[in-house]
Design a protein. Structure first.
Lengths: 783, 160
């Protein structure tokens, strides 16, 4: 199926915008260097943070150079610590001070802030500020943190266990015991960093005339940033305006509240001036937010035919030194608890999911949140089960994927209509497994090692407040509001609470609105990322914005449409239902009686006396949408070659068969998948944040932490299936994270398949050349 | 801090007479002293290539060059690519092929690609891929960037 087959039920016979690979309205600004990013703003004062050089210690003294402006924990003791809440799963609340209050808990924690007229001078002052710290014994690894006698990271969390979720379905033990095959996989996912190309930055400017502060920052959640900072500082929320200007990628890292921004707002108020902080890459790599540091032991019980009967998971996530706001550091283990069964039909499920605090950088959401790891675990398990049951990798998955919908998973999630089997078959067909096996056998004879790996998955997208409420979050995000105004000139403005930063939402929402009210997208402006202009909303994360803001846009546009029909009906003396809106005009169906939408809009403002009170003046409507959520699905398949001399993996073919329902803009959708896959390949093969045993980070530049380049990313072959969503008013599903969810499982399964002749098992990500070589050496030694 | 030195940076055919400390990087001077913020800073280690500009026609990582080293040299940045309202073929191609998402790395990729193709219009596909691997993009997965640069390369070569 090709992108060209995307269509949508339309009204009237005019040209429709949804389904078109329309060029993005965002682009002209960005390709000409006219984008406005946070670091572009000039400021009177620049901030450089003095960060802890040790993983754990008591601060004895801080001595700035004479005459320098340096702030420490004492200065900001009146600001409340950042303390996100979770009311479930034995979560222990944990507060993060804005600047360290007498102790440091990870390398990179903010201890003091140097302030100067230029960034260079601030950096000089920070370097010359002497910090005296009495080191204490840190704990770095999650398993070590839970050992009896391990050092306690925070006194309020004895034993370092910050969260623990447990689930076991009734009758689990009996099902487990009765199975023909039992298979185990021990997964280690190393720590990673989302690494947006723009690191974080904040700029706070005090306005003497109003007493207000405008914080411009690289956030994915401008409104919640405003609410949180006002609350922490204790200032009126209407004295704070938060702007997310052009933001250079986020991938989750920019959704969590940065303590740095809280400090900047406080400082701008204190100095009654403008202040700026631009994170450098080292800071970003050691002290922004990390993710994916997990151990998973996954066990499966299968019947003689390879049907999965029971799944038993033990998840341990390293949550770092603090808890990210608003999700809390429980986001990874609890996502694993809820979604471990993935796209497979399994009735018996048991899971223990824990999070351990350590003296490392705080863990936060990163594209896919746990699902790249649980998909990796589940797909390793499937390949091992295939071997145990003597089935090929496609067949074992075919026997286990969910095929009837809606399907309630063992963890209680409801999978709406999808195409799990179909996308598996599409990927398998693209790979041509029999032909590949012949080629693989032939290559092995010549000392070349090819392998194939599959990873089907479901991707929960567009979920509203009920899903977040089920987690027990103190802050429950979910809904979105869109306000559409048609001005007296007939131009349209839609103000949205989502906060896109590369997803092309200004284009796709304009397409949705254009079809509904019959004007071209170039007359529609989408306004976002400014709390003074946009309605309260939750921002952009969790593959939600197209579904939820798109749904709210549709709902608001339908109201605008109804009003335009009413006005046109009044003016053209026809029934509103007979008015067709298209190509910028309102026409009585089947006649040549027509008025331009601009004329109707002018009427709505300037000729309201004609409506005799039956139509409200103006042309502004609001739509709010809070859906239950809808699952996209996909199957990724990779063919790789592993060089057994160097351990290097080269991806020869990469196939994605995906189903995200109705695609609003297939070009943008494909771009999201490409980008996700590239990150997933990086996660699978290259990217690793490394700490030494003292908690000192070793991966502090992009020469150590390795996002992939164009050399490592193959052509990505896309195939689309379309199962219109029944849980989304636009019939679209989200797909922002999926690319990254499937890749580690597909790629590392392929590596294992390639190395099968050596009896090697690689269950670690990233599967770096070093790890591949170590596994091969170990196999040689054992042989 | 050491004494500031007067230098002249010719950026997109306009002279900027500025005073900078010898330690100031070219990218900081372009952005902070000359107000041309289209050139971005991604890593300050010369790895990501977001700050790529053309200095005397050659692609340069402007975070690895000191501003004083560029004194008197001719610099081209993303702001100088279009001819008035007429976009450069490379800019058009990035839009046509969806070669950008967040747009942060885009100026660096545009300058890298334009610099290389102006010098070597007949560069092979393989060498072009090699050159493009100099810069990092975290959004696009590169496929559409490669498509865009190949399309622009054909356009820049013109009909044969």
């Amino acid at each position: 199926m090709s992108a060209a087959s995307h269509s949508r039920e339309t009204k009237g016979s005019g040209v429709k915008w949804v389904g078109r690979a329309m060029r993005r309205v965002e682009d002209p600004t960005l390709v000409t260097g006219q984008g406005r990013f946070t670091a572009d703003l000039p400021a009177a004062h620049h901030v450089r943070f003095v960060r802890s050089p040790v993983a754990a210690g008591v601060i004895i003294g801080i001595t700035p150079p004479q005459g320098a402006m340096v702030f420490t924990g004492k200065d900001v003791a009146g600001i409340k610590p950042i303390t996100p809440m979770l009311h479930k799963f034995n979560y222990k609340p944990l507060g993060q001070p804005i600047l360290a209050q007498g102790a440091a808990y990870f390398v990179g924690e903010m201890i003091a802030a140097a302030v100067a007229p230029t960034p260079a001078e601030a950096e000089d002052i920070a370097e010359q500020t002497e910090v005296s710290i009495e080191e204490t014994t840190p704990v770095i690894d999650a398993r070590a943190a839970l050992e009896p006698g391990a050092p306690t990271v925070h006194k309020t969390i004895p034993g370092n266990l910050i969260v623990e979720g447990r689930l076991k379905t009734d009758g689990f033990d009996g099902v487990w015991a009765g199975a023909a095959h039992h298979v185990t996989t021990d997964i280690r996912s190393h720590r990673q960093n989302a690494t947006p190309m723009e690191a974080r930055a904040g700029h706070a400017a005090y306005d003497a005339a109003t007493g207000r502060v405008t914080l411009t920052c690289t956030t994915q959640m401008p409104h919640l940033t405003r609410t949180a900072i006002a609350d922490l500082i204790g200032m009126p929320e209407n004295d704070l305006r938060v702007i997310a200007p052009d933001v250079g990628g986020g991938f989750g890292q920019k959704m969590s509240l940065a303590a740095e921004y809280v400090f900047l707002v406080w400082l701008a108020r204190k100095l009654k001036s403008s202040v700026s902080w631009v994170e450098d890459r080292r800071e970003n790599l050691i002290a922004s937010f990390h993710s994916r540091d997990q151990y998973i032991t996954l066990k499966g019980a299968f019947d003689a035919d390879g049907k999965l009967l029971a799944l038993d998971a033990n998840v341990l996530a390293n949550t770092g030194a603090y808890s990210c706001f608003p999700n809390t550091c429980a986001v990874e283990p609890l996502m694993a608890l809820a979604e471990m069964p993935g796209p497979y039909d399994v009735k018996a499920y048991a899971c223990v999911a824990r999070g351990a605090v350590t003296n490392t950088c705080t863990m936060a959401p990163y594209r896919g949140v746990s699902r790249p790891i649980i998909t990796f675990a589940l797909e390793r398990l499937m390949d091992k089960a295939a071997a145990a049951c003597r089935l090929d990798p496609v067949e074992i998955r075919r026997r286990n994927l969910v095929t009837t919908f809606p399907y309630t998973t063992a963890a209680g999630l409801v999978l709406d209509e999808g195409s799990y089997l179909k996308t598996l078959d599409m990927a398998a067909q693209a790979i041509d497994l029999p032909a590949f096996r012949a080629r693989q056998a032939d290559a092995r004879k010549r000392g070349r090692y090819l392998g194939v790996g599959f990873a089907p998955f479901s991707e929960r997208t567009g979920y509203g407040s009920p899903a977040f409420a089920a987690r027990g979050m103190g802050i429950t995000p979910g809904w979105e509001t869109v306000i559409i105004s048609v001005d007296p000139g007939g131009f349209v403005e839609a103000r949205i609470g989502s906060s896109p930063h590369g997803q092309g939402l200004r284009t796709t929402l304009a397409q949705i609105i254009a079809d509904e009210i019959g004007v071209a997208p170039d007359r529609i402006k989408i306004v976002h990322g400014d709390t003074d202009r946009a309605p309260y909303g939750w921002g952009t994360f969790a593959s939600r914005s197209l579904v939820i803001s798109g749904g709210a846009s549709l709902i608001a546009a339908q109201k605008v449409r109804a009003k335009l029909q009413k006005i046109a009906g009044d003016m053209l003396e026809a029934a509103p239902a007979d008015i067709v809106l298209e190509n910028g005009n309102a026409t009585v169906a089947g006649t040549d009686r027509t008025l331009s939408i601009a004329e109707l809009a002018r009427e709505a403002y300037t000729q309201t006396h004609r409506f005799k009170g039956e139509i409200e003046p103006g042309l502004t409507e609001s739509g709010t949408y809070d859906p239950s959520g809808t699952f996209s699905n996909a199957c990724h398949a990779a063919i790789v070659e592993v060089d057994i001399e160097t351990g290097k993996t080269t991806i020869e073919q990469y196939v994605v068969a995906e189903d995200a329902g109705v695609l609003i803009n297939p070009m943008i959708a494909d771009g999201q998948v490409h980008g996700g896959v590239a990150q997933g390949i990086g996660n699978a093969l290259l990217e690793e944040i490394v700490y030494d045993e003292t908690g000192n980070p070793l991966s502090t530049t992009l020469a150590d932490y390795l996002p992939p380049t164009s050399h490592e990313i193959p052509q990505i072959e896309l195939h689309h299936a379309v199962t219109p969503s029944v849980n989304s008013v636009t019939k679209a599903k989200g797909l922002g994270e999926g690319g990254g969810i499937g890749a580690p499982g597909a790629v590392i399964n392929a590596i294992n398949d390639a190395l099968a002749p050596f009896g090697v098992q690689i269950d670690e990500m990233p599967a770096t050349p070093q790890r591949v070589r170590a596994a091969l050496r170990a196999a040689e030694t054992a042989a | 801090m050491s004494k500031k030195q007067p230098i002249t940076l010719n950026i997109n055919n306009r002279d900027h007479k500025i005073e900078v400390e010898p330690r100031k990087t070219l990218v900081d001077a372009i952005r902070d002293d000359c107000g041309q913020t289209g050139t971005h800073i991604g890593c300050e280690h010369g790895i990501c290539g977001a700050c790529t500009v053309l200095v005397d026609g050659e692609p340069v990582r402007s975070c690895l060059m000191f501003a004083v080293q560029a004194d008197g040299k001719t610099i081209r940045t993303v702001e100088g690519l279009a001819n008035g309202d007429e976009l450069h073929p490379m800019q058009k191609a990035f839009m046509d092929h969806h070669g950008l998402q967040c747009g942060f790395c885009t100026p660096g990729f545009l300058m890298l690609a334009v610099g290389v193709l102006e010098r070597e219009p007949d560069i092979s596909d393989e060498d072009l891929l090699d050159v493009l691997s100099s810069n990092l993009c975290r959004c696009t997965g590169y496929q559409n960037i490669i498509k865009a640069v190949r399309a622009a390369a054909a356009e820049m070569r013109g009909p044969r």
